[in-house]
Design a binder for this molecule. Structure first.
Ligand SMILES: *[C@@H]1O[C@H](CO)[C@@H](O)[C@H](O)[C@H]1NC(C)=O
Ligand SMILES: *[C@@H]1O[C@H](CO)[C@@H](O)[C@H](O)[C@H]1NC(C)=O
Ligand SMILES: *[C@@H]1O[C@H](CO)[C@@H](O)[C@H](O)[C@H]1NC(C)=O
Length: 464
C-alpha cells in the first residue's frame, strides 16, 4: 500500500476541521444536549467556559463548579467590565464571584435571571453607580459584597428587591455623607440590620469625614453645611478627622484586609505593613493570610476570637517571639505557616491548643539547637499526626544544618549536663511532666465532639 504523503494528510485534516467543529455540542443544542452536557460536566467537575456570550461579548473564562451541592461561579480577576448574563451558565448559580474586575456601573436589571443567587461578591471593582433596579429579582440573596469600590452614594431603593439580605459590605468606598444617602443611612441604622454596612465611613464632607455610616446622625446629612458643621463639631469635639476609636487602636482586619466568602471565608491580609496582628478578625474566618508583614511577635489572645481558623499563614514576617497564649483558641487549626521568620525557639506551652494541626511549616528561621528547642520536639513527639517541615538547626555553628530531631536524639544519647540559659526554667523537665498531666486532663475534658477527635497515643519521654 502506498503511503499518503504527510502534506496531503495535513490538507485533508484542514478540510475536515470545520465539520469536526460543527459537531461539537454547544451551539443550538436542545434540552437533551444540555442534559447530556450537564452530566458530563458533573463528572468532570470544575470547568472553564469559553463560549461566546450574547450581545457579541465574549464571555469570560470562569470556573463553574458545585461546591457542597451549591453551584458557584468564580469569575474573579477576569478583567470583566460587564455582568455575564445568567444563561451563560449551565446551572443557575447560587454564588457568583465577580471580585477584582473592572465593573463600573450596575445597570437596572443587571442580575435578571440570577434569581437563585445566595451570595454576590462584587468587591474590588470600580463601581461608582448602582442604578435603583440593579438588584431586581435577587429575592433570595443573603450576602452582598460591595466593599473596595468607588461608591459615593446609594439609594435605599437599591436594597428593596432583596428582602433576605443579611450581610452587606460597603466599607472602603468614598461615601459622600449628604442628603442623597439619608434613607440608606437610616436603613443601616435599624437595629435588626446589624450586619448591613458595618465599617463603612464617610469620606466627605469634611466635617463628617471618617464617621461611620452606622453612627452618623441622619439629621445632619440634609442640613446646611454650616449648621451641621457646628452641631457635629460640638458633639465630637471637632477634630475634623478620625473617630477616637480609630486613632489609637490596632488596625482593624475587616477594613484593611480583603475578605472572600466562597467557597470558604478567607482573609487576605498579606503585604499590609502590619507590625502586629490586626484586631477584629471575625470568628467565622477559615483561612487567613498574614504573610509578608512586619509582625515581630505574637501576643496572648491575638487569635482568641478566630475560632474557625483552619489555615494561619504568618510566613515572611520578622517574628522573633510567640508569647504564651498567642495561639490559644485555635482548636481547629490544621495548617500553620511560620516559615521565613526570625524564630529561635518556641516557648513552653505555646502549641498546646493546636489539637488538630496537620501541617507546620518552620523553614527559614533561626532555630537554636540547645535545650530551649526541646519543647518543640517534645510537642511533636506527642502529636504524630503533625507533619513539620524545615525544623533545622541554624546555630550554634557545630549543629548548623542538622535536623533538630537528630540533634535532640544525639543529645538524649549523650545525656549532657544542662546548659544554662536565661529561659531554662521554662523548659525544665519537671514542667514537662506537669504539662503532660495538663494535657491528659484536657483530653479527658472532651473539648471536642468525640467523633472529631483523633486518638493520640504517646509515650512519656524523659529527657534527663
Ligand atoms: C457649639 O458650641 C458653641 C460654643 O462652643 C456655641 O456657641 C454654639 O451655639 C454650639 N452650636 C450648637 C449647634 O450647639
Ligand atoms: C503562605 O504565604 C506564602 C507567601 O505568600 C506562600 O508562599 C505560602 O505557600 C503560604 N502558606 C500556606 C500554608 O498557604
Ligand atoms: C531577622 O534575621 C535576618 C537575618 O537572618 C536579619 O537580617 C534581620 O535583621 C532580622 N530581623 C530582625 C527584626 O531582627
Amino acid at each position: 500500500m502506498r503511503a499518503i504523503p504527510p502534506l496531503l494528510l495535513f490538507c485533508l485534516f484542514l478540510l475536515l476541521l470545520p465539520s469536526i467543529q460543527m459537531k461539537k455540542p454547544g451551539k443550538g443544542r436542545g434540552l437533551k444536549g444540555a442534559r447530556h452536557k450537564l452530566t458530563r460536566d458533573r463528572a468532570r467537575g470544575p470547568r472553564r467556559h469559553s463560549r461566546s456570550g450574547p450581545s457579541g461579548l465574549v464571555s469570560p473564562n470562569c470556573l463553574e463548579s458545585p461546591e457542597s451541592g451549591h453551584v458557584f461561579v468564580d469569575c474573579q480577576e477576569r478583567r470583566l467590565s460587564f455582568i455575564p448574563t445568567a444563561n451563560t451558565w449551565s446551572n443557575k448559580p447560587k454564588h457568583l464571584l465577580l471580585a477584582r474586575n473592572r465593573i463600573k456601573v450596575l445597570h437596572d436589571g443587571a442580575f435578571l435571571g440570577y434569581e437563585n443567587l445566595d451570595s454576590l461578591d462584587l468587591q474590588q471593582n470600580q463601581i461608582s453607580l448602582v442604578e435603583d433596579g440593579a438588584f431586581q429579582g435577587l429575592t433570595k440573596l443573603t450576602t452582598l459584597l460591595l466593599q473596595h469600590n468607588r461608591l459615593q452614594t446609594l439609594s435605599e431603593e437599591v436594597l428593596i428587591p432583596m428582602p433576605n439580605l443579611g450581610y452587606l459590605r460597603l466599607y472602603d468606598n468614598p461615601w459622600n455623607c449628604l442628603c442623597p444617602i439619608d434613607s440608606l443611612v437610616r436603613t443601616l441604622q435599624v437595629p435588626s440590620n446589624r450586619n448591613l454596612g458595618n465599617h463603612a465611613r464617610c469620606a466627605k464632607p469634611i466635617w463628617l469625614k471618617n464617621m461611620k455610616l452606622k453612627h452618623v446622625d441622619p439629621e445632619l446629612l440634609c442640613k446646611e453645611p454650616d449648621l451641621a458643621n457646628n452641631q457635629q463639631s460640638n458633639e465630637t469635639g471637632y477634630t475634623g478627622a478620625l473617630e477616637p476609636s480609630s486613632i489609637r487602636s490596632k488596625p482593624d482586619a475587616t477594613t484593611v484586609c480583603f475578605t472572600y466568602h466562597y467557597p470558604q471565608i478567607r482573609m487576605d491580609c498579606s503585604n499590609r505593613g502590619f507590625t502586629e496582628v490586626p484586631s477584629g478578625i471575625p470568628d467565622n474566618v477559615v483561612h487567613i493570610d498574614l504573610s509578608h508583614n512586619s509582625i515581630s511577635h505574637l501576643k496572648a489572645r491575638d487569635f482568641h476570637a478566630a475560632k474557625s481558623l483552619r489555615t494561619l499563614n504568618l510566613s515572611n514576617n520578622n517574628m522573633e517571639h510567640l508569647d504564651k497564649g498567642s495561639l490559644t483558641g485555635l482548636l481547629h487549626l490544621q495548617e500553620l505557616d511560620l516559615s521565613n521568620n526570625n524564630l529561635t525557639f518556641v516557648q513552653h506551652g505555646v502549641l498546646e491548643d493546636l489539637y488538630f494541626l496537620l501541617h507546620l511549616k518552620l523553614e527559614g528561621n533561626l532555630w537554636v539547637c540547645d535545650y530551649s528547642i526541646q519543647y518543640m520536639v517534645y510537642w511533636l513527639s506527642l502529636h504524630p499526626g503533625v507533619s513539620p517541615s524545615g525544623l533545622v538547626c541554624y546555630s550554634p555553628l557545630e549543629y548548623a544544618g542538622e535536623s533538630v530531631e537528630e540533634y535532640v536524639k544525639a543529645y538524649n544519647r549523650e545525656c549532657p549536663k544542662q546548659q544554662s540559659r536565661p529561659d531554662q526554667d521554662q523548659t525544665d523537665p519537671k514542667l514537662w511532666n506537669t504539662l503532660m498531666e495538663a494535657q491528659a486532663e484536657l483530653e479527658e475534658e472532651e473539648l471536642e465532639p468525640s467523633a472529631l477527635r483523633v486518638p493520640q497515643k504517646y509515650q512519656i519521654i524523659r529527657l534527663s
